[in-house]
Ligand binder design. Structure first.
Ligand code: ADP
Ligand code: MG
Length: 715
């Protein structure tokens, strides 16, 4: 097929590793020097005995469990390689439901009993670890007394060396499960969802007449937004270092009204930081592609080249870690909170998503022939159907406390999930829906000089930045993720719901062909029916407009404004049945996630409330009182009265916050989350409103917190 290859990746690179990992191996000869700290495919090929290498690749291709004797041979070479690189310890790196990564370091060296030590690391240690799982959230999957969990090596995500000025560490990407086999992490369901999608897509491709592909990989390329702040200011702000966001701060006289930051030239210290971050990431095999300033002052973006979802998700966790580590070397702190500054754009993470075959085709890339375009439309229709059916679940997959300050505001996608198809693709779907497409008329179909339809391929130039879910030429961009989030859950959801939709469309296709319809006609019919039933989710207009919120409601689209409204969709009947049918998450595993996320919401909110009360009482109130004393001493009557009024208001607001934060009528769970949302958040806002007014009147040398203008404009 003449379809275009995946961007930036030669066919050889894609399928060399693609067969096993679905990820381009950029360390292949001919690529730029890259991944020197990665136990990559080429390192494995070079170092492993030929038969071991071949057996390992074969098992990976078939997605089977590893033969223990193979593991010993791999472990031996991995250890030798790691020791040569200066590593003294190894760790199984995993992703508990906290959303962060966890690691426990073990030394390679074992004492021999005679005062010496030898380096030891067997296949058993490579494959499986047994951390105490009791301190990780499990949402009731496992009682603490059976605290055992185990970690299992994920051979499809390459091991790597993390360097530190004082040593190096071999990191082994790992899954984390309970002793009874339930997933306690974000990786296992992601891998399961990739398998589910692969099975569905390979089956659909064969119905569409393409028998070449053995596996289909979902791909992800995340665009990560972040803020940098001079570390001096960061350490002077207990709200920032405790909660990740500023709980106080008056609006500065200058914001981003002038638009002088977006895509502006990058200041030298910042550029130096970015270059070093990219360099570190390159060593770890994370291919970064773009960097630029973002809309808000001191806000930036970094985007890697896409990879398969599993590796991309691991690399994204690593990227966030490296970004934060490197910042400190430049006297900066990297803020990944969704909304560090009120009144200033927050940070998101755009999740570019597609499906690629092991033969190098991007299933969401329009092709050169009517047949290729039929298959493209089939898969696009499946995405539209999936997103429509599971809009609320997608919204739930990106819900957290930080996101509630961002989603739905006029800077980020609304809390309503809709799809932007772009004028070209929408016109095609509409024409098909109107029954105006005849796949048999030569030259009258998609891009072949048709009078009815615009030509393909489509270009990413057609943009709608307000859309939460947009088609961008050869992929969909899910734009509602928060900047601090792991990619795993949203992609697990996307893969699973699209797998389901592909199967539903494939069943219809099969039935039509069995009933005697020609393949092309049948595909057009299936696409027509699916689009007709799901087009309510497609919206090309301005997602920020009030009018859209009203229209979306009329269309019956979900508008889930806050985390406590969204999270229950993780355990809705339709979610459970889809996820169980595809063996991605069981009801118990879904419930455990729901519980963990609800608890994270209330815990984080409680920490914010305590921090706000404490800062207000012990830092801001004393400053205001001292200022008042100075005004009194100076005999400035009008100002004394004004400040006295504000101080009284502040005292009242602090006391109200302190009370509401302890007086919870509900003990736990969703009810508590809702109560806190409705009482604690407004109480915090009241404290902030008075405090921010005080910031404008209290003498600058008495005000204890760095101000927005300092934090945002010192670069
Ligand atoms: P934007 O115009 O949205 O700012 P960028 O160029 O900054 O786009 O980022 C686009 C992202 O999309 C990159 O991370 C890129 O690797 C990713 N991407 C490109 N093709 C695919 C694909 N087939 N699957 C997943 N992600 C992709
Ligand atoms: Mg984007």
């Amino acid at each position: 097929m003449a379809r275009t290859r995946q961007q930036n990746v030669t066919a050889a690179q894609w399928s060399a590793n693609g067969a096993a990992l679905g990820t381009p191996d950029l360390t292949e000869p001919g690529s730029y020097p890259f991944g020197e700290n990665v136990f990559s495919l080429s390192v494995q090929r070079e170092r492993l005995p030929k038969d071991v290498f071949r057996a390992l690749q074969a098992t990976l291709e078939r997605g089977q469990a590893l033969d223990p004797s193979l593991a010993d041979a791999v472990a031996k070479e991995m250890r030798e390689w790691a020791l040569e690189k200066g590593a003294t310890h190894f760790t199984h790196m995993f992703q508990p439901l906290t959303g962060a990564t966890a690691e426990k370091h073990d030394s390679f060296y074992e004492p021999t009993g005679d005062g010496r030590a030898v380096a030891d690391f067997s296949g058993k240690e490579l494959i499986q670890g047994e951390p105490d799982a009791s301190s990780f959230p499990t949402g009731g999957v496992r009682a603490t007394f059976e605290a055992r969990g185990y970690t299992a090596w994920d051979p499809t995500s390459p091991a790597f060396i993390l360097e530190n000025p004082n040593g190096a560490l071999l990191c082994i990407p790992t899954a984390f499960a309970s002793w009874t086999g339930e997933a306690l992490d974000h990786k296992i369901p992601l891998l399961r969802s990739m398998d589910a999608l692969s099975r569905a897509a390979v089956h659909a491709l064969s119905l569409l007449g393409d028998d070449g592909a053995q596996r289909v990989f979902t791909t992800v390329g995340p665009e990560q937004e972040y803020f940098l702040i001079d570390e001096q200011y960061f350490f002077e702000r207990p709200d920032l270092y405790t909660t990740g966001r500023t709980l106080f701060g008056a609006k500065p006289p200058k914001g981003h009204e002038l638009d002088d930051h977006y895509f502006g030239s990058i200041p030298e210290r910042i550029l130096a930081y970015m270059l070093e971050t990219e360099d570190e990431l390159a060593k770890l095999g994370v291919p970064t592609k773009t960097r630029h300033n973002e809309v808000a002052p001191n806000q930036y973006e970094i985007a890697p080249i896409f990879e398969n979802s599993n590796v991309g998700s691991d690399h994204q966790q690593l990227t966030m870690q490296i970004m934060q580590n490197v910042a400190r070397r430049y006297g900066l702190v990297c803020l990944l909170h969704e909304k560090p500054y009120a009144g200033v754009n927050g940070s998101g993470k755009h999740n570019n998503w597609s499906m690629g075959t092991d033969t190098g085709l991007n299933l969401l890339e329009p092709g050169d022939t009517p047949h290729e375009n039929l298959s493209f439309l089939f898969f696009c229709a499946a995405v539209v159907q999936a997103v429509n059916r599971h809009q609320a679940l997608l919204r739930a997959s990106v819900a957290n406390l930080g996101q509630d300050h961002r989603l739905g505001a006029n800077e980020a996608p609304p809390a309503i999930i809709s799809i932007f198809l772009g004028a070209e693709l929408r016109k095609i779907f509409e024409t098909i829906e109107a029954g105006e497409v005849d796949p048999h008329t030569p030259g009258s179909f998609l891009g072949l000089g048709t009078p009815v339809l615009p030509s393909l391929p489509m270009h990413g130039g057609d943009r709608n930045r307000t859309s939460p879910f947009a088609f961008t030429g050869n992929k969909f961009e899910f734009r509602a993720l928060g900047s601090s989030m792991s990619l795993a859950l949203p992609n697990t959801v996307l893969n699973t719901i699209v797998a389901e939709a592909i199967d539903q469309l494939a069943d219809k296709l099969e039935a039509k062909v069995r009933a005697g319809s020609g393949l092309d006609e049948a595909v057009v019919d299936v696409v027509r029916e699916s689009y007709a039933a799901n087009q309510q989710v497609c919206f090309d207009g301005d997602n920020y407009a009030e009018a859209w919120h009203a229209e979306a409601e009329q269309r019956g689209l979900a508008n889930l404004r806050t985390t406590p409204e969204a999270l229950p969709w993780l355990v809705e009947e339709q979610t459970i049945s889809t996820f169980e049918r595809y063996d991605v998450l069981s009801e118990r595993e879904l419930e455990s996630r729901f519980e963990v996320f609800v608890e994270q919401y209330t815990t984080r909110l409680n920490i914010e409330a305590e921090t706000a009360a404490s800062i207000a009482r012990t830092m801001l109130l004393p400053a205001a009182v001292r200022h008042l004393a100075e005004l009194r001493a100076g005999g400035i009557g009008v100002l004394v009265a004004e400040t006295e009024g504000l101080v009284d208001e502040l005292v009242d607001a602090i006391q109200a916050l302190e009370q509401v934060n302890v007086a919870h009528p509900a003990e736990e769970g969703l009810e508590l989350a809702k109560f806190m949302r409705d009482s604690v958040i407004p109480a915090m806002e009241s404290v902030r409103t008075v405090a921010d007014r005080l910031e404008r009147v209290v003498a600058d040398d008495l005000w204890p917190l760095p101000k927005y203008s300092e934090m945002l404009f010192i670069k």
